[in-house]
Design a protein around this ligand. Structure first.
Ligand SMILES: Nc1ncnc2c1ncn2[C@@H]1O[C@H](COP(=O)(O)OP(=O)(O)O)[C@@H](O)[C@H]1O
Ligand SMILES: CC(C)(COP(=O)(O)O)[C@@H](O)C(=O)NCCC(=O)O
Length: 319
């Protein structure tokens, strides 16, 4: 039995060092088969395989235990209520955290790992940027400098989407965003058809809003989650990752004349860096401090990253 520190005893979280977390290998196949390694590599994500073995396999095992428990509960309720035609609904995992902390990368890796479990062969992934208001609306409302802030999303559409998924509806559409045009794609959707797991990823997924004055019930996005993860890192590290990604995109995606940020690929490195610093400080850091970090205590699990995106600590909410 581990000793709990006095602070931890009454905290809602159990805290694990990465080393301790990695030890939870038990009897399940916590190894990667060759074709899985190939699939993970084909994602072209920079997460190294040792880190996947060390942290993400244990996490996928824990999540799969939650999925199996919820499926068992569903079956027992069906027997209890004698309702053969009850529909199974997807298990929804929310992933929150700052811009550039690594949400999309983690979501893609988890999708690959989770779909190998027999209880969840079908895992889908949706990002909340598709629910941003179109640039045309953001410009009209003077919100272009507030992209990613709570008021820049169509929260109604977001809640309708999750509500449809959680009620077991087939073929639910989610709108898509393009980082190339820096705008939502008009008329473009991804169709989500009753997956076993839906991973729903975005900076705003653990946010709450004041309830409207008229007393009508309005759910929070996280009311639809079965499990939520917050990816955390020191602000200085995330700043570095944001600038790094921007400068890399300048050498690649921004070179495309169709790219919204094409003009930045034409600037000197110094001038482009200054633009990135401005976007970080005036938009993303502000949003992190005011709207994202305050949602961290609502997560079921916090992954705390250090340099090079390596997970240093895992905090798991006590049941
Ligand atoms: N585990 C990781 N190891 C190494 N680099 C990573 C890892 N996760 C993310 N990155 C890099 O950090 C940057 C931000 O990651 P991304 O997943 O795009 O963040 P977000 O979706 O939170 O904006 C990208 O350049 C990405 O390649
Ligand atoms: C699109 C984003 C708001 C992230 O959205 P998310 O998928 O987390 O809902 C963000 O990547 C972004 O573009 N922020 C605006 C400032 C900037 O260009 O970095």
């Amino acid at each position: 039995m581990d000793q709990l520190t006095p602070g931890e005893k009454y905290s809602p979280y159990r805290i694990f060092s990465a080393e301790r977390w990695a030890e939870f290998r038990a009897d399940t196949p916590l190894t990667l088969a060759e074709d899985e390694v190939r699939r993970l590599r084909s994602l072209n994500d920079p997460v190294d395989l040792d880190e996947i073995r060390r942290i993400y396999l244990t996490l996928s095992r824990l999540l799969s235990a939650h999925v199996e428990a919820s499926q068992l509960l569903f079956r027992q309720r069906r027997v209890f209520f004698n309702s053969d035609n009850a529909v199974k609904t997807p298990f929804i995992i929310g992933i929150a955290g700052s811009v550039a902390v690594g949400k999309s990368t983690t979501a893609r890796v988890l999708k690959e790992l989770l779909q190998r479990w027999p209880s969840s062969p079908k895992v889908d992934l949706v990002t909340t940027d598709g629910f941003l208001l179109p640039n045309e609306v953001l410009r009209r409302e003077n919100l272009m400098e507030r992209k990613g802030f709570p008021e820049s999303y169509d929260v109604g559409a977001l809640l309708r989407f999750l509500s449809a998924i959680k009620s077991g509806q087939p073929d639910v559409q989610a709108p898509l965003y393009s980082h190339m045009t820096y705008d939502v794609l008009p008329g473009a959707y991804v169709t989500i058809d009753r997956p076993d797991i839906l991973i729903f990823e975005g900076i705003n997924v653990l946010q709450t809003r004041d309830l409207p004055q008229d007393g009508k019930f309005v759910p929070f996005v996280s009311d639809f989650f079965d499990f939520s993860i917050y990816i955390d890192a020191d602000e200085k590290l995330v700043h570095h990752w944001y600038i790094d990604r921007f400068m890399r995109l300048r050498e690649t995606a921004f070179k495309n004349p169709e790219s919204f940020f094409h003009r930045y690929s034409q600037l000197s490195e110094e001038a482009a860096r200054a633009i990135a610093e401005g976007l970080w400080t005036n938009i993303n850091l502000k949003n992190l401090t005011e709207n994202i970090l305050p949602t961290r205590p609502r997560a079921d699990l916090v992954l705390r990253k250090g340099a090079n995106h390596l997970i240093e600590e895992v905090a798991l909410r006590k049941l």
